[in-house]
Design a protein around this ligand. Structure first.
Ligand SMILES: NC(=O)c1ccc[n+]([C@@H]2O[C@H](COP(=O)([O-])OP(=O)(O)OC[C@H]3O[C@@H](n4cnc5c(N)ncnc54)[C@H](OP(=O)(O)O)[C@@H]3O)[C@@H](O)[C@H]2O)c1
Length: 346
């Protein structure tokens, strides 16, 4: 039997008691622009400083977003007295060094996904943040979206019965350009860290850490992982089948199948999207939900920023919805996949 209706999402609504933090942005590239736009349009948070390797790029980003301090020195940004929290939006190759610098300066840190290049680096960041007593969070924005609140409640209520299968996929057709960030091993390129992390974190949220990881896939000529099909075994009979590719646009959907019901997330399941809960039989009843907040696509990045501010206000040092232990475990699974598809060269 399906529930009568889907639960209401618990939202990270702005201006509900969270502190208005002052943000310093490192790496004014593509996602940083989308994040700061969402921050300023939909939260009480404000970017007050930006650092770039180029004064010109820092200046134009600052002008575009109304940011007061434009810097070319990472040390100056992390030490800036007006900066409460550092947002790291560089390629993943720089996440460890930038994150450690921000933590050493005593600042809270939001690091774009993936937190680091591998689990070992993530553990270093976790240990440094713990000894400094600052909040460290991976910018896995999907965890803070309204739909994810509904999924968590359905799972906690047992509405799907015993969870048996997770299917999730993230594929994009990235043009075959060896100078593109995703094709460059020295920048942490590859499908897994940029795209595959979304299905892997989804399976982790639903099933917990995998008992085993089995993968097939292939590499680009430039030496990064290009595509992978992964099977993660969970407890009992549960398993997740996950796919990622940087060579093809794939369905980008996700499904959780239980003994009592099936939950399907619409396309671009990691962005604000739709949910459909239905009985596990053809032509059964169904409940549908579409994100009603009006925050579409990258406007949805604003939820994670308000979540971070709320966690800081609560005195937390990590996200209760995506702990650092779980972040490390997700990177361990990705490390295991990469080792299998690269012949151990990862
Ligand atoms: N949450 C999401 O939906 C989402 C979406 C896309 C990407 N991401 C993540 O965000 C991060 C950045 O991705 P992006 O697509 O925004 O990349 P991008 O457009 O290439 O921007 C990265 C910026 O980092 C700076 N940077 C610092 N050191 C660098 C280096 N060694 N090489 C190249 N750039 C360097 C560059 O700015 P300066 O040269 O001006 O210093 C560059 O503009 C990645 O970790 C990625 O996985 C997240």
């Amino acid at each position: 039997m399906l529930p009568h209706h889907l639960p209401e999402p618990e939202l990270f609504r702005p201006e509900t008691g969270e502190p208005a933090l002052r943000w310093g942005v490192v790496g004014p590239g593509g996602i940083a622009g989308a994040f700061v736009s969402a921050l300023h349009a939909h939260t009480a948070q404000r970017a007050v400083a930006v650092s770039s390797r180029s004064a010109e790029r820092a200046g134009s980003f600052a002008d575009q977003h109304g940011i007061a301090h434009r810097l070319t020195s990472l040390d100056e940004l992390v030490a800036h007295p007006e900066v409460d929290v550092v947002y790291v939006a560089t390629p993943q190759s720089e996440h460890l060094a930038v994150g450690l610098a921000a933590i050493a300066a005593g600042k809270h840190v939001l690091i774009e996904k993936p937190l680091a290049m591998n689990a070992a680096e993530a553990r270093q960041l976790q240990a440094a943040a713990a000894s400094a007593g600052v909040l460290l969070m991976e910018a896995m924005w999907t965890r803070y979206l309204p739909q994810t609140s509904i999924i968590r409640q359905l799972l906690a209520d047992g509405a799907l019965g015993e969870i048996r299968t997770v299917l999730a996929d993230h594929g994009q057709a990235i043009p075959a350009d060896p100078s593109h960030r995703l094709y460059r091993p020295e920048l942490g390129g590859g499908a897994l860290l940029d795209l595959g992390i979304y299905p892997v974190q989804f399976a982790s949220m639903v099933l917990g850490a995998p008992r085993s990881v089995t993968a097939v896939g292939g590499m680009t000529d430039t030496g990064v992982d290009a595509y992978a099909s992964m099977v993660l075994a969970g407890e009992g009979v549960a398993q997740a089948t996950l796919t990622t590719s940087m060579l093809a646009r794939t369905p980008n959907t996700a499904t959780i199948s239980g003994s009592e019901a099936v939950l399907t997330l619409g396309q671009f399941f990691y962005t604000p999207t739709t949910l459909r809960l239905e009985e596990p039989k053809p032509f059964g009843d169904a409940l549908e939900w579409t994100d009603p907040t009006g925050l579409a696509l990258f406007d949805g990045l604003s939820w994670e920023a308000t979540a971070l501010a709320r966690f800081v206000g609560e005195g937390r040092t990590e996200s209760p919805l995506h702990t650092l232990d779980e972040t490390v475990s997700i990177l361990e699974a990705i490390d295991a996949v990469r080792a299998q598809i690269s012949g151990g060269a990862a």
